[in-house]
Design a binder for this molecule. Structure first.
Ligand code: FAD
Length: 460
């Protein structure tokens, strides 16, 4: 009997396997598809590869800003896909090598639980003292008439198209919908974004959601919030998307429809019901040690629900592996989980927004600083957005929210502030180099006490 069997080779499963092996445990990892999971093959990496194509294209389209004339710009989607595939393949090889060099046996096949210590894979039973389920998630398909059309794609499929759709309708203005809206809008698609909620990215601090909606519209993305898609109808080569919104019924033509309306747990054929493993809305229920209601069967990552992020899956993998090896794993602070959205401009947040602080009855204070007042942002020609920092009544930082250039890099400072509950008094005097985008964070913190230097009090 081996020490640990891991089901799923995504960022949750393969990281758990490596950490367990570092403690000397005998580990087998079972993966039914490609190592790297959703993140590497269909999620984080493909979208960020295309985001970089779009970013380069935007810089070139905006070349006059930098006194450069460019003619005949052409974007080649098939070549971009080849680039994406190469990056994915390189990283997948890296994961395979890591597992191999950590002496982890990888079995290619679908795992099914037989009992609390036995897993069936490729017709053979493997016995393990501990099992980690890291089987991830899959796109949720809404019950919309006509959704079965082969021109209706999910995020799993849109990464592999080789021509830019002329007209793209995206259902869902969450993180995934917004990232693709920005990417394909830059590639040249006419993008219509339809969202049932009143706001895009409705889980964010409302001020950021509202600003993002303005930026989307300014880029030419046709955004319809509070609008429900009712039917998708085939019309020759195209599709007609029928929806009902604030302004009445609407019809939009599309060559492709992307459904980005959320994700569900991937637990098909795992045998959860037979073993009586508890789920809620399909997501596996775990205790504070990530243990299911069956002893020694653990679950981590997307399959246990929000926050569905690669870095959360990995951190949970490390925590469980350490516990199984008899060590106390990291105590994950879910209040300090960063989340990045790769749009134009980027968004990155950690900690509480205003609505959450209000709901928790916190007497919070806010400091803000716009990138339009930041010298580095001006030199980059990227002055859209701001940094917003929330502190509680005693000055402890409880949230950092950035919408602007390189937000995904800048948030690292915010994570340290929120995770360690640093106080504005302690932070003041932390020297930020000039000229950098990070100065906007320093100024936003100073603004909490109305001490920002490069901010005209009259324009606040
Ligand atoms: P997964 O990565 O889904 O891996 C699960 C693995 O288990 C899969 O490989 C699957 O084949 C395998 N499996 C399932 N069932 C079985 C079985 N019975 N037997 C064997 N193997 C099985 N997160 C970020 O942090 N940053 C981002 O920028 C980001 N961008 C994203 C963009 C998109 C378009 C999408 C869809 C997601 C994105 N995510 C991002 C989310 C991220 O991909 C997930 O949070 C992460 O992959 C979850 O990791 P996981 O290990 O829990 O599951």
């Amino acid at each position: 009997m081996i020490d640990l069997l891991v089901i799923g080779g995504g960022p949750g499963g393969y990281v758990a396997a490596i950490r367990a092996s570092q403690f000397g445990l005998e580990v087998i990892l079972v993966e039914k598809d490609n190592l790297g999971g959703t993140c590497l093959n269909r999620g984080c990496i493909p979208t960020k590869a295309y985001f970089q194509n779009a970013k380069a294209l935007r810089t070139m389209q905006n070349s006059q800003e930098f006194s450069i004339s460019l003619d005949n710009l052409r974007f080649d989607m098939a070549a971009a896909k080849r680039r994406k595939d190469k990056i994915v393949a390189n990283l997948a090889t890296g994961v395979k090598r890591l597992l191999h060099s950590n002496k982890i046996k990888v079995i290619s096949g679908e795992a099914r639980l037989v009992d609390a210590k036995t897993v069936l894979v490729n017709g053979e039973e493997v016995q393990a003292k501990n099992i980690i389920i890291a089987s991830g998630s899959k796109p949720t398909l809404l019950p919309i008439k006509g959704i079965e059309s082969d021109k209706v794609l999910t995020s799993d499929e849109i990464n592999d198209i080789t021509t830019v759709p002329e007209k793209l309708v995206i259902i869902g203005a969450g993180v995934i919908g917004l990232e693709y809206a920005n990417i394909f809008n830059t590639f040249g698609s006419r993008v219509t974004l339809i969202e049932s909620m009143p706001l895009v990215l409705n889980y964010l601090d409302t001020e950021l959601s509202k600003r993002m909606a303005i930026f989307l519209k300014r880029q030419g993305i046709d955004l319809h919030t509070s609008t429900l898609v009712e039917e998708i109808i085939a019309a020759g080569e195209n599709l007609i998307v029928k929806a009902a919104g604030k302004k009445g019924d609407m019809e939009v033509s599309a060559d492709i429809v992307l459904v980005a309306s959320g994700r569900s747990a991937q637990t098909d054929n795992l045998g959860l019901d037979r073993l009586g493993i508890k789920t809620e809305n399909g997501f596996i229920q775990v205790n504070e040690n990530y243990e299911t209601n069956l002893k020694n069967i653990y679950a981590i990552g997307d399959v246990i629900g929000d926050p569905m992020l690669a870095h959360v899956a990995s951190e949970e993998g490390i925590a469980v592996a350490e516990r199984i090896a008899g060590h106390s794993g990291p105590n994950i602070n879910y209040n300090a989980v960063p989340s990045c959205i790769f749009t134009f401009p980027e968004i990155a947040v950690v900690g509480m927004g205003e609505e959450e602080a209000k709901a928790k009855g916190i007497n919070y204070q806010v400091g803000k600083y716009p990138f339009s007042a930041n010298g580095k942002a001006m030199t980059m020609g990227e002055t859209d957005g701001m940094v917003k920092v929330l502190a509680d009544e005693n000055g402890f930082i409880i949230g950092v929210h950035i919408i602007g250039p390189h937000a995904s890099d800048l948030i690292l400072e915010g994570i340290v502030l929120v995770k360690n509950r640093l106080n504005t008094k302690e932070i003041k005097g932390t020297i930020h180099p000039h000229p950098t985008l990070g100065e906007a964070i320093a100024e936003a913190i100073l603004d909490i006490d109305n001490q920002a230097i490069h901010l005209n009090p009259k324009t606040k």
